[in-house]
Write a new protein. Structure first.
Length: 130
């Protein structure tokens, strides 16, 4: 009787491991795809920023009132896509000279439906002298 419980237990463990393995693999594959999509989005953003292309920058964000952005500069809160777009337009108008942006030391971790990104941005602004 003890032997049959061990055999049933081992069979159950093998069955669970076999069923769980494809799910774990699928999650890892999805996380890898999500990470690649985030990296591509970051590259698109950098190209758009360096070209001062507000339309391309805003394509990186969710449209409409569902976007809410906190920023380092006043007014610090942008409650919609349109409000944030105006901020980008103001930034580029204030700096008509050369702008450049690059990212170094970027790390992206995807867990489930969320992700964490850390980076070191390198910005260079040249303000036109009057």
């Amino acid at each position: 009787m003890k032997t049959s419980r061990i055999i049933v237990g081992l069979a159950l463990a093998v069955l669970l491991a076999t069923c769980a393995a494809p799910h774990v693999y699928a999650q890892a594959k999805t996380a890898s795809n999500d990470k690649a999509e985030i990296e591509a989005l970051e590259k698109n953003y950098i190209v758009a920023f360096n070209a001062k292309d507000v339309k391309a920058i805003m394509a990186c964000y969710a449209p409409g009132d569902s976007l809410f952005v906190f920023d380092a500069v006043p007014p610090r809160e942008y409650p919609s896509w349109d409000a944030y777009k105006k901020d980008w337009e103001s930034l580029f108008a204030a700096y008509p000279g050369k702008l450049s942006n690059a990212i170094s030391e970027q790390s992206i971790t995807v867990v489930g439906s969320g992700g964490i990104r850390t980076q070191h941005p390198d910005w260079l602004f040249h303000k036109k002298r009057w």
